[in-house]
Each structure stands twice: as structure tokens, then as C-alpha cells.
Design a protein around this ligand. Sequence first.
Ligand SMILES: [Cu+2]
Length: 91
Amino acid sequence: MKKLLAAIALVGVVAPVWAATRTVTLAIPSMHCAMCPVTVKEALSKVPGVRKIEVSLAKKDAVVTFDDSKTTVGALTAATRNAGYPSTVER
Ligand SMILES: [Cu+2]
């Protein structure tokens, strides 16, 4: 039993290291001028767990790298939507 508990404790310590960093590309067709990417980037940067954001006005998309254990794709699309830019996940 003690060994089992030790194993669980170990998993607890190690788990954060396994937290997957994921990258998604969000299509944001409503971006139309140079200010849009700035607004989108700011909105995404406020989502906890977001590590990196690259917004392209030319491609009308945002490539977001985030910590899987802290946020979800749904939270990212909600953030852009709340900022006035609905987005969908590109596959
Ligand atoms: Cu704009």
C-alpha cells in the first residue's frame, strides 16, 4: 500500500512535465486591417496557459501554442469571439 501511495505521489510530481503543449491554427476570417491582429493577439494573450501567438492578417489566422493542462481550444476560440473575432479551428 505504501508503495502504491508513493507511486501516486510520484505521478503527481511528474505530471506537470507531461502537460502537453499544443499548437492550433485558428481561422479568423473577420480580420480586415492592421489593428485586428493586435486585438486578437491581446485577447488570446489573456487566456491562461497560452505560450505563443502568431497572428497573420494576410492568412487571416492565428497560430496559438498553449498548455493543454491550463486551457482548451474552446477557451481560445471564445477569447477571440469575445473580442469580436469569431474563429474556427483549422485542420
Ligand atoms: Cu481591423
